[in-house]
Design a protein around this ligand. Structure first.
Ligand SMILES: *Cc1c(COP(=O)(O)O)cnc(C)c1O
Length: 422
């Protein structure tokens, strides 16, 4: 077979000799919808004071009610990013300075920034090496009298152990927040990720399954949390009096409002979400099928009764079994034209802000309210995945057909078969 000839790294022909095309989910419906909003002259329907416009314009309201219906949840609150949504969630639960919030270190940084914004202390807890999501046993061990919440991340589109975490949260009177930026339509035991915890946060940024450029949605079954999220989104400080809000902890409002332009795109994207998610899922499943039996390369694990929606498709690399380091293997794979990156993100506690314990001002607040430690070695599984084992393929980004899938599989087989030369 031609593809099995000399490695491209050593001058052979690469298996994929063209760049994979980018996936574009924006169609005529989105274009028409945006033009209609532009023609109306009203690009945002929000007003930062009490009245009907406090809840946003017609497209924002349409998106929110369509989202609630699609995800089978009582309340959807649109925001201008998932980052804003996570911040709003921490305000909504009334976090106090010094409160501890359990978070995984293997996630996009916003997950761990959210508690800090309200003076909370992120407590990093290690992950399960099979799903890269929070390890519930480690969560149990990290709970102290100061713990107030758990932020679970449905990483790469696979559900964290949400029902188990919900049980743990109930036992200790904690809130469970889901960062579901990567997991729209993922499910655990038939229930949508994002809707299992007290608040779930979705992202509509450009890189996610469906997008509005920038944007996010918070969802909750709880009326009080929904109202607090709406207040924080839009200048709560002005609204607590007209609404006669008694508990004003956390009622400093931001401008996290979504524009009518984004919302109208969101309405259209939501109509086709099944198609976008299914395409990634099928591509991932074909890659996985094509790579069975290569010892030392582990394709994504899916827990029983879970749906994985593959924001990223991952490979776990066992250097001892393969007989070569991930970095060498990766270099040969890149030369064959297989786009990927290694290690996902650095464990978040290694960021300068945690290492130096400097965020707000120079006196160490809020870390000075706690004796938390962020030393290297804190979460060994995460460090091992980052430094040695994980390889990531950004499946969401590319428009891949059958032929591309075949070539990607061939590229991996080719490098694997030539591994002794590396
Ligand atoms: C993308 C992402 C976010 C942030 O989403 P934005 O909408 O860009 O703010 C947060 N958490 C995770 C896990 C993400 O992947």
């Amino acid at each position: 077979m031609q593809s099995m000839s000399k490695l491209a790294l050593f001058g052979g022909r690469p298996v994929l000799d063209q760049k994979l095309p980018f996936y574009n989910s924006i169609g005529q419906e989105e274009l028409d919808a945006v033009v209609q909003v532009l023609r109306s002259g009203c690009l945002s329907g929000f007003y930062g004071n009490w009245g009907d416009e406090f809840f946003g314009g017609p497209k924002v309201k349409e998106l929110e009610s369509a989202w609630s219906k699609r995800f089978e949840i009582k309340h959807s609150i649109s925001v201008n990013s998932a980052t804003s949504g996570l911040y709003a969630a921490m305000g909504a639960i009334g976090l106090n300075p010094g409160d501890e919030v359990i978070v995984p270190p293997y996630t996009m940084s916003a997950t761990a920034m959210a508690p800090l914004l309200y003076g909370g202390i992120p407590i990093f807890v290690d992950i399960d090496p099979n799903t890269f999501c929070l390890d519930p046993q480690a969560v149990r061990q990290a709970i102290t009298p100061k713990t107030r919440a758990i932020i679970a991340v449905n990483l790469f589109g696979h559900p964290a152990p949400l029902h188990e975490l919900k049980t743990i949260a109930a036992e200790h009177d904690l809130k469970l927040i889901e960062d579901n930026a990567q997991g729209p339509l993922a499910t655990e035991y038939g229930q949508y990720c994002g809707t299992i915890g007290d608040i779930g946060v979705f992202s509509l940024n450009y890189h996610k399954h469906i997008h509005t450029g920038e944007g996010g949605i918070c969802v909750t079954h709880d009326d009080d949390l929904a109202q607090r999220l709406q207040l924080i989104r839009n200048h709560a400080e002005n609204i607590v009096e007209p609404l006669n809000i008694k508990n004003i902890n956390g009622m400093i409002g931001f401008n996290y409002r979504m524009t009518e332009l984004s919302a109208t795109i969101g309405v259209q994207q939501l109509k086709t979400i099944n198609k976008h998610v299914k395409k990634r899922e099928e591509t991932a499943q074909k890659l996985t099928q094509g790579l069975q039996g290569l010892e030392g390369l582990e394709t994504p694990q899916v827990r029983d009764k879970c749906r994985h929606v593959y924001y990223l498709w991952s490979l776990r690399f066992d250097a001892d079994t393969v007989g070569v380091s991930r970095e060498r293997f990766s270099r040969a794979l890149a030369a064959e034209g297989f786009p990927h990156f290694n290690g996902y993100v650095r464990p978040l506690y290694l960021l300068p802000m945690f290492q130096q314990k400097i965020v707000f001002g120079n006196n160490g607040y809020p870390f000075n309210l706690s004796n938390v430690s962020y030393k290297k070695g804190l979460c060994p599984v995460t460090e091992r995945m980052h430094e040695k084992e994980l390889m990531c393929y950004e499946i969401c980004m590319y428009d891949i057909d059958e032929n591309h899938i075949r070539l990607l599989i061939d590229a991996l087989h080719k490098v694997y078969e030539h591994r002794k030369e590396l």
